[in-house]
Design a protein around this ligand. Structure first.
Ligand code: NAI
Ligand code: 15L
Length: 269
């Protein structure tokens, strides 16, 4: 498909949205911003709730593609997750279909498969088609998003790359994150690949950097043209000295989802 120029970025006020506002314009994208929260210094940003169907129709009109980051990014009561992540994502897809937007990059999460046992040294990497094992209602909402994306491809020809993001922050801050870290630069590279690859239909990828301690298989992301440049290993010595190695006897370390499987952080944070 021709490289998209105008891209709607939902969740633009959030942590990842803020990082992507800084990095994606260098790829030539003209970003249209949307969030529930106003964005300082961005008077043109659309302040809207994903529940507002009319606002979403207007927001997606005329864009070439959408990067959908908006929603609850941690655990919350089911009713709240339902409204923001399940109905909100449904509303966005309906608006995209109605306005003829052909490509969406969807922020899924490692928590869609969070109860998958963490691979031990020597184990194979977790494949992209490993059975879903959400660790929270939050993770369950990401499973819904992936299935909604599949349905929109099969029924309506709307293409999606669902990115099961690991941990995208400026630096890894835990030993677990040495395995799942996605550097902001690599996130921008991955989103760019997801926006420009041909014939993605509905493709699910893991989103992380080329970490030495990687837990999952990046081949479906690489097939889109993604070439990660970062590796969390340069943070390993410091983090392991502070926190110790992952411990097989500690339930927080047993699964991909880490502490989301035991005491998930709650929204709002
Ligand atoms: P964040 O919590 O910092 O940002 C989410 C943004 O969505 C906020 O600005 C919030 O105001 C907005 N939002 C929430 N409900 C909304 C609604 N009903 N309507 C409109 N906007 C709404 O989260 P972060 O870290 O920036 O994550 C962005 C996306 O990526 C989320 O979907 C999250 O689940 C996903 N993700 C992020 C990871 C990370 O490491 N940062 C890892 C895995 C997935
Ligand atoms: C997520 O899905 C969260 O949105 C993010 O805040 C991190 O906690 C990340 O997963 C993680 O697993 O570290």
């Amino acid at each position: 498909m021709p490289a998209p120029r105008t891209v709607l970025l939902t969740g633009a006020a959030g942590g990842l949205g803020t990082l992507m506002r800084g990095l994606l314009p260098a790829y030539g994208y003209d970003l249209r911003l949307l969030d529930l929260a106003p964005i300082e210094g961005e008077p043109d940003a659309i302040t809207a709730d994903l529940a507002d169907k009319e606002a979403l129709r207007e927001a997606v009109r005329g864009v070439d593609a959408i990067i959908h980051l908006a929603g609850i990014s941690l655990e919350a009561p089911f009713e709240k997750i339902m409204r923001a992540n399940i109905e909100g994502t449904y509303n966005l897809y309906e608006a995209a279909r109605a306005e003829g937007v052909r490509r969406i990059v969807l922020a899924s999460s490692n928590h869609a498969v969070g109860f998958t046992p963490r691979p031990r040294p020597g184990d194979p990497l977790i494949p992209i088609d490993t059975p879903r094992r959400p660790d929270t209602y939050y993770g369950l909402s990401k499973c819904f998003g992936e299935d909604l994306a599949q349905l929109h491809w099969d029924l309506h020809g709307v293409e999606t790359v669902s990115v099961r993001i690991g941990s995208c922050f400026p630096e890894p801050t835990s030993v677990r994150m040495l395995s799942v870290w996605l550097s902001p630069g690599d996130c921008a590279r991955l989103f760019h690949a997801a926006l420009t690859a041909e014939d993605v239909r509905h493709t699910v990828v893991y989103g992380s950097s080329a970490n030495t301690r990687l837990w999952w298989d990046l081949s479906s992301a690489r097939a889109l043209g993604y070439e990660p440049r970062d590796d969390s290993e340069r943070y390993a010595e410091k983090l392991i000295a502070e926190q110790g190695e992952l411990d097989d006897a500690n339930l927080d370390h047993a699964y991909l989802g880490g502490h989301f499987t035991t005491h998930p952080p709650q929204w709002p944070h």
